[in-house]
Every structure is written in C-alpha cells, then in structure tokens.
Design a protein around this ligand. Structure first.
Ligand code: MRU
Length: 363
C-alpha cells in the first residue's frame, strides 16, 4: 500500500539478494524506519519484539528466517535449529507454524546444497501468496460493504475494527482492511472506528496510520466505546482479523475481540472476520480450551510510550508500583458470535460445515 505516495510491502528481499528488509512497526506512527535482517536470529528477534507482527506477516517473516538460516548452515541440524528458534518466538498466531511446516516439507527432502535457493524461492512465494489471498478476501468482503451502503441509501458505512489486521499485519492489503480498501477505492463511502487496542495500541498506532496514508476516513476510539456506539446505531458492521481460527470456526484474535463480538451480538451488528486459509488450524475443535494464549511482559500494561510535544519518545509508568499486572494478548470468540468468515474463496458460516464447504480438501 502507499506510504507518502510510494508503494510498499511490509517485507522484501534487499538489493544484495540475501538479507531481508522490514518496516520496524515498533517505531510507528512516529517514525518510518526500515530494518535489515541478516540472520535467523535477526528474524526471530523481529518477531519476538514485534518489529513485525500480525499473523500473516509473522508467517512470512518466519519463511525468510529459514532462508537466512540456510545461507550459513543448510544441514539437517541447521534446518532443525532454525525452525526451533523461530517457533519459540510467539505462540498464538498459527501462521508461524504453518510457514515453518511449509519450509520444512519443501527443504527436508532436498540435498543440503539445494536448500538455500529453494528456501528463498518459497519464502518469496509465501509473500506473494499472502498478497493474493488478501486480494481474494477484499473482493468477497467488499460486497458486504456495498450491500450495507445500498441498505443505507448510499452510506457512509461505519465499520468497527480491532487491533491491526491491516496491510502492516500482512505482506500487503491486510485481511480485515482488504474489503475496506477495496470499498474506498471503488468510491463506496466508508468510515472506520479504530479501537486503540491496549496495551500495545496497534489500532491507534498502526491501523490509524495506514488508513490515514490511504485516505480512508477513520476515528480512533478507546477500547470500551464500541458497545456504546453499537447501541446508538453508529456501527453497521464489525470486521476484525484472526491469529488462529479452529476448523469449527472459533476465532482467536487480539485481546478484547470477544467483548466486541458480545456487544455486536447484543445489538444485531454483523460481526465478520477476515480469515486467510493459512490461519485456519484444522487440528483444533474447541478454541477456548485449546488455543495457547500468549502472555506478554506486564510492562506493556503498566507503562505507556508516546511522543512529547517537543518530539521526544518517552515511556511513563501508569500503575502504582507494587500492583500486580497481567497481560493476556489474545482471546477467543466462539463461533456462535461470528456472522461469517471472509476467506479468499468466499464467505463461510463460522462452523466446520461452513469452512469445509469452501475447503472440501480438508474433509
Ligand atoms: O499481537 P499482534 O499485533 O501480532 O496481533 C495481531 C492481531 O491480533 C491481528 O488482528 C491478527 O494477527 C490478524 S492480522 C491480519
């Protein structure tokens, strides 16, 4: 998508043909900084510290992480170690495991000497596939927005989203945002309610930044506002992303998504998920019981970072010293609260039958 008129992806191969470049998302929205990854440890660090984040981009970064590892050691041990290092970075987004499985399935049978080039090729393909998948989500999801606009006599359609499931969370286009960008580009009037998404503020820092750069009208709200807006007819539909969706349609996404889905259900507001197929975990049935929920550093809750009036980036404490702090990063929205799953193949009911209708090869 465009940043100051220049098209960008979130991850790409450097001019040297070996290292990889990313946008450092920990610096946004105040600075647009590009970071070079040269080793598998660099890639693991980028995922762990959330320089790259968002389920599809975590997967794409892991693919390139394996390629970086194959530069220096393409033995079986080198491949195993790279996958072990990368899988340990973040537990919830299943795209990480998916991408590593893809890389291992391709590379394991090859002679060590062939693995380096094959790894770079597959990592690039994973990136391109992600862009194609998101374009598919966009083309199906835009019809929901078009219908909502027609139902309102032309719009604007108010869409609430949580966290960042935008192009910054993917290689390009985003999942939840792909239908929104498509609608905006097609001249359908849209306005996005952007949940700030404490504690890391991916909504306020990232979604607002990327919507602004694309010219999409939006308003940042604190996380507790959505229910009030829904009660007052200010939300036409919700679209969020997902980090892992079970084969039965339970959706794990950024903490707070479940509460939005409850409020949407209570107010008859449609609640949709942008769901790329690599984010489906076909091995799981009950999302609440089975999906591992990442718990992160309590400092993400007890501190806040921002820019001062004179341009300095400062971190301040916001809780009393000595108070216990918990930091659960994701929650699970049961399938019964989800109106539909917008995939690259079409929109499915949030159920095993619904998903199998679009992905019969998984039956
Ligand atoms: O902790 P993050 O920033 O990686 O969490 C991101 C989300 O929860 C997104 O909504 C999800 O990954 C979908 S991204 C297309």
């Amino acid at each position: 998508m465009l940043v100051d008129g220049v098209a960008h992806r979130t991850i790409w191969l450097s001019d040297d043909g070996e290292s990889v470049e990313i946008i450092d998302q920990t610096k946004l929205p105040h600075e647009f900084e590009i970071v070079r990854l040269s080793t598998v440890e660099d890639a693991a660090h980028a995922i762990r510290t959330m320089q790259v984040r968002g389920a599809p981009l975590i997967g794409a970064s892991a693919g390139y992480g394996v390629a970086l590892a194959m530069r220096v050691d393409s033995s079986d041990a080198g491949l195993d170690n790279a996958c072990k290092t990368l899988i340990a970075t973040r537990p919830t987004a299943v795209n990480l495991r998916w991408a590593l499985d893809e890389m291992q399935a391709l590379l394991q049978p090859l002679p060590a000497g062939d693995r380096r080039d094959a790894a770079y090729r597959r990592a690039a393909e994973i990136c391109d596939e992600d862009v194609g998948i998101n374009e598919g989500i966009g083309s199906h999801g835009v019809e929901l927005i078009r219908a909502a606009a027609e139902g309102k006599g032309g719009g604007p359609v108010n869409i609430l989203t949580h966290c960042n499931a935008g192009w910054l969370a993917t290689v390009d286009w985003g999942t939840a945002t792909a239908p929104i960008y498509r609608a905006h580009d097609a001249g359908i009037p849209v306005h996005v309610w952007v949940d700030e998404t404490r504690p890391r503020n991916q909504g306020a820092s990232l979604t607002a930044w990327e919507l602004g750069h694309h010219g999409v009208p939006h308003t940042v709200i604190v996380d507790n506002v959505g229910g009030h807006l829904m009660q007052h007819g200010q939300v036409d539909l919700c679209i969020t992303g997902t980090d892992r969706t079970t084969g039965a349609g339970d959706v794990c996404n950024k903490i707070g998504t479940y509460l939005k889905a409850l409020a949407a259900h209570d107010n008859n507001v449609p609640f949709y998920i942008g769901l790329p197929s690599p984010t489906i975990d076909w091995t799981l049935g009950d999302g609440v019981a089975e999906i591992p929920i990442e718990e992160r550093d309590p400092k993400e809750v007890s501190e806040m970072t921002g820019r001062t009036a004179d341009g300095r980036i400062e971190t301040v404490e916001i809780t009393p010293q000595g108070s216990a702090v918990a930091n659960y990063a994701f929650d699970v929205t049961p399938a019964r609260l989800v109106t539909g799953l917008i995939t690259e193949r079409g929109i499915a009911a949030a159920s095993r039958d619904g998903l199998l209708g679009l992905f019969p090869e998984r039956g």
